[in-house]
Design a protein around this ligand. Structure first.
Ligand SMILES: *[C@@H]1O[C@H](CO)[C@@H](O)[C@H](O)[C@H]1NC(C)=O
Ligand SMILES: *[C@@H]1O[C@H](CO)[C@@H](O)[C@H](O)[C@H]1NC(C)=O
Length: 239
């Protein structure tokens, strides 16, 4: 038996290390339609640390990935937004019927300051850069530590079977953020068009003149020791 131990161990470690892609540079991306993975360390200069994102498995309908980071520095500043983006035909929010999506994830360390969130941008100009918008819709599935969205809380509402605190703020870009009133939602599956419907009905969001241009899911770390977010499944559609 002993003589088989070493080759088997080598074979297993080779399997464990097999990744579709490893992204460690500030804006390293992996683009495979309809998904775009981005390490996106946009705020790294607000602290020190490192982060790599790993694409584990990808098909035309879903992607699995994880990201490992540690960040020190300013507690109130986001360091990065490692994310899985979904590509789609841009159109007015009012012309979208539904945005079904699933996100199943886990964090191995919750003694951190971070969120786990969807991030969507809309813009009147369909050719607006996809890294910002006139409006931003954030749907937080978790909030760890004393972090909070941009602006201030303006409402609470029920969407998709969950209760949410609604926040609003921003300058050039107006940000609406939804934060679960209860526990972290580690397995989300639902139609996030309903968030736009609520904003249109209750807060005069101009759905018929704003194009949906970006749809992403990931994590925003502020600070914390070595932590890994594992997204076992992300899928989305804009129909
Ligand atoms: C972050 O991780 C790197 C690499 O493992 C390590 O050298 C560094 O000391 C860590 N920094 C913090 C702030 O934990
Ligand atoms: C957006 O860009 C495309 C491709 O360059 C162009 O054909 C189209 O006219 C532009 N649309 C608007 C509204 O500017």
């Amino acid at each position: 038996m002993a003589k088989f131990t070493l080759p088997l161990a080598l074979a297993l470690s080779a399997v464990a290390q097999a990744q579709v892609a490893t992204l460690c540079d500030q804006y390293a991306i992996y683009d495979k339609y309809p998904f775009l993975l981005n390490n996106n360390l946009w705020g790294k200069d607000k602290g020190s640390g490192s982060q790599c994102t790993y694409v584990d498995k990808i098909s035309s309908s879903e992607v699995s990935w994880h990201t490992t980071w540690n960040w020190s520095g300013t507690d109130s500043e986001v360091k990065s937004y490692a994310n899985s983006g979904f590509d789609f035909t841009k159109k007015y929010v009012s012309d979208i019927g539904k945005i079904p999506t699933t996100a199943s994830w886990s964090y191995d360390n919750t003694d951190i300051k971070a969120d786990v969130a969807y991030d969507l941008f809309t813009a009147a100009d369909i050719n607006h850069t996809t890294s910002s918008g006139d409006y931003e819709l954030m749907i937080w599935l978790a909030k760890y530590g004393s972090v909070q969205p941009i602006g201030k809380q303006i409402d609470t509402t029920n969407i998709g079977g969950y209760s949410w605190d609604v926040w609003y703020g921003g300058d050039a870009m107006k940000t609406y953020s939804f934060v679960p009133s209860g526990n972290a939602i580690t397995s989300f599956s639902g139609d996030i068009k309903k968030f736009f419907d609520y904003l249109t009905q209750s807060h005069s969001f101009p759905a018929s003149s704003q194009n949906l241009i970006t749809l992403q899911f990931g994590t925003e770390p502020f600070t914390g020791g070595k932590s890994t977010l594992t997204v076992s499944k992300f899928s989305a559609n804009v129909a």
